[in-house]
Design a protein around this ligand. Structure first.
Ligand SMILES: [Zn+2]
Length: 158
């Protein structure tokens, strides 16, 4: 699955199985929100993010029907192991809006800006992928990239 922008050089490629894995995690938690992080690499010219892995919710996450706090337990260790073994790193977040649209909330936008500005993430342009609706029946998704001042919505390439 590929998301791109019509005018700006930003695109996100989800490798096979990633979306299916996230959908399974949504099914497990339905009707509660859930999520995790996206891991992968950038293309050499830096314009394309390639998502190769995702995590589910860390153990200390909190799931509500209209809220999700993504915990941090064991993530730093996982990321440092991946960095030294495969060179892959943190690219952004994903989460689930059960029975709702995959539109970033104000809280989502604030959190992504915090991540963009937090030097511990080493990720000044994080991605947010949201799955909305019902993962058992009809669902849809969105992909945004958060830049310094704004977020841009990417278009799904079908
Ligand atoms: Zn959200």
């Amino acid at each position: 699955m590929i998301f791109y922008h019509e005018h700006l050089p930003y695109s996100v490629v989800f490798e096979e199985n990633i979306i299916a894995e996230m959908l399974e995690l949504c099914k497990e938690k339905m009707p509660l929100e859930t999520g995790g992080i996206l891991i992968g690499k950038y293309s050499e010219d830096g314009t394309k993010a390639i998502v190769r892995k995702n995590t589910g919710p860390p153990q200390d996450s909190k799931h509500g029907s209209h809220s999700f706090y993504r915990g941090i337990k064991d993530l730093a260790l996982l990321l440092s192991n991946l960095w030294s073994s495969t060179g892959e790193f943190y690219l952004g977040e994903w989460h689930f809006h059960p029975n709702s649209w995959p539109i970033p909330s104000l809280t989502d936008k604030k959190q992504m800006k915090m991540i963009a500005n937090d030097t511990r993430y080493h990720c000044p342009e994080p991605i947010l992928y949201i799955i909305g609706g019902n993962p058992f029946a009809q669902w849809n998704s969105s992909c945004h990239v958060f830049l310094e001042r704004e977020s841009i919505k990417l278009i799904e390439d079908i």
